[in-house]
Write a protein that binds this ligand. Structure first.
Ligand SMILES: NC(=O)c1ccc[n+]([C@@H]2O[C@H](COP(=O)([O-])OP(=O)(O)OC[C@H]3O[C@@H](n4cnc5c(N)ncnc54)[C@H](O)[C@@H]3O)[C@@H](O)[C@H]2O)c1
Length: 336
């Protein structure tokens, strides 16, 4: 019998980690998940799942014990723009502790490869001041001027990964995600991202009613469906490329455009009410995928229309099952 690769996924109770565990198990790997919490919406597929606070070094040693060969580090204290803007100290401290301790524990336990999940938030804010932004290339990261708190912590850990790779036999890889969305992701409570938050608001709103949009809605981003994200992670891990590598789509869309798309999927005509007192992050951000295509011979292909249809249906179903949808919010379906 072939030896099943032994993989640790940290953050396996979270959105990307949970989907990654499923895929790794389907591909025949032996998987340990570690997180502060179990996945919220489904049972984990992991062979072992350990509830551990990975800010603590001893817990990182536990998570990496027993011949783990590959580590995907997805654990992080994070959320949407409202959350990361309001919690600089907590986010920076918690994530630096997790990341430093995971790197050191992986080194000591002779892990061969470790992938660090960085973010497009590491890119300089000065290069993202226009809604019609020039897509960001990997080398644009320096001179550094990242998102306060979350971006600085990610950029510093990127450097740490490089140093570990140079000085120790730990093959580190760095991926920079650009806005990942899909089913089984947080959709309320303050940590949700724009596609999930907008899907929730659209589902809860009746046809012809008003929906609140953060900022003037002209801020732009690109969005990647979760299945493409997982595929990209596996491809990067299997490659010889250490990164950093953008992983996202390069289709730029405004938040107003995203609201329109999700409203169309729901079959609702909604009136947008903009709240400019709410944080909106950088004005525009897009991924330059030239290096991604070159290194992986692939790039995310699932369209926003396809991905959002699945995501919206899942969030609407969750809210409906919880008895949260008013008759007015549901009326569109019964009229269809
Ligand atoms: N989702 C995105 O659009 C996106 C974009 C850029 C970067 N990322 C990065 O990708 C990774 C995964 O993101 P996600 O969307 O799945 O987020 P998520 O919040 O759903 O998952 C993160 C998980 O980490 C866990 N965690 C937090 N603190 C912990 C601790 N002290 N010990 C153990 N576990 C802890 C949380 O409980 C959570 O389950 C994160 O590192 C995030 O910064 C995500």
């Amino acid at each position: 019998m072939n030896h099943a690769t032994r993989v640790l996924v940290t953050g396996a109770g979270g959105f990307i980690g949970h989907h990654l565990v499923k895929r790794l198990r389907a591909d025949g790997c032996w998987v340990r998940g570690a997180d502060l919490k179990l996945p919220e919406y489904e049972t984990t597929d992991a062979n072992e799942f350990e509830l551990l606070d990975l800010r603590k070094f001893d817990n990182c040693l536990l998570a990496t014990r027993g011949g783990i060969e590959i580590v995907y580090t997805l654990a992080a204290d994070m959320g949407g723009i409202g959350f990361i803007t309001a919690n600089h100290a907590d986010i920076a401290r918690n994530n630096i502790l997790i990341n430093v301790h995971m790197l050191e524990a992986s080194r000591l336990q002779n892990v061969s490869r470790l992938l660090f999940s960085s973010s497009a938030c590491i890119y300089p804010q000065s290069k993202q001041e226009d809604a019609d932004v020039t897509p960001l290339r990997e080398e644009d990261a320096f001179p550094a001027d990242p998102e306060p708190g979350y971006g600085w912590e990610k950029l510093y850990t990127e450097m740490l990964c490089r140093y570990f790779r140079q000085d120790y036999p730990l093959d580190t890889k760095i991926v920079r995600f650009h806005n990942v969305y899909g089913p089984l992701g947080t959709y309320e409570g303050g940590r949700e991202k724009a596609p999930a938050a907008i899907s929730r608001k659209v589902a809860l709103t009746g046809d012809g009613e008003t929906i609140e949009v953060w900022g003037d809605g002209e801020q732009t981003r690109s969005f990647m469906y979760i299945d493409d994200c997982v595929e990209g992670l596996l491809r990067l891990m299997a490659s010889d490329f250490p990164g950093p590598l953008n992983l996202g789509t390069d289709r730029l869309i405004s938040i107003n455009g995203l609201v329109d798309l999700i409203s169309d999927i729901a079959g609702k005509h909604l009136v947008k009410k903009h709240d400019t007192s709410k944080p909106q992050g950088v004005r525009g951000r897009n991924s330059d995928n030239r290096l991604l295509r070159h290194v992986l011979g692939w790039e995310p292909a699932i369209s926003l229309e396809q991905g959002l249809a699945v995501t919206y249906a899942w969030i609407e179903h969750e809210l409906e099952t919880a008895g949260r949808l008013s008759k007015k919010a549901l009326a569109v379906r019964s009229n269809a």
